[in-house]
Write a protein that binds this ligand. Structure first.
Ligand SMILES: [Zn+2]
Length: 127
């Protein structure tokens, strides 16, 4: 099943196969990761960029700037986030950082610290 992802470099839509881990953007010719990540342990990096989704489980602890399609957080997330799709925050989650997303769902019992700007994000990512 092909699916649509957003190029993390130029923001245009690309069709990729379900099993692809990355594609070369046919507009800007850069490599675009499209994996979905499930993070279950401590993970500290500068940036995570993917046209796919990231899920932080209750045992996950992420310190990174994220640029993703969708994000689900049930553990700890420290860093600024841009999610073109939806951010979902589960009970017991801790989110510290500024968040920009098209949609936000927060369950009772989550802790949020940061500036939230929730509005439809046009196709192009801000650099
Ligand atoms: Zn591109």
């Amino acid at each position: 099943m092909p699916r649509m992802v957003i190029c993390t470099h130029c923001g245009r839509e690309l069709e990729v196969s379900d099993r692809a881990f990355s594609v070369n953007c046919r507009y800007c010719n850069q490599r675009v990761g499209v994996e979905d990540h499930v993070i279950q342990s401590y993970h500290s990096v500068t940036n995570i960029e993917t046209g796919g989704s990231i899920s932080v489980t209750p045992t996950g602890h992420v310190r990174a700037k994220l640029r993703v399609q969708n994000l689900e957080v049930a553990g700890q997330m420290y860093g600024d986030i841009v999610a073109r799709g939806k951010v979902t925050v589960y009970p017991g989650a801790r989110m510290v950082g500024d968040v920009r997303a098209s949609r936000l769902e927060v369950k009772e019992g989550a802790l949020l610290k940061g500036y939230y700007r929730i509005e439809p994000i046009p196709g192009t990512f801000e650099k």
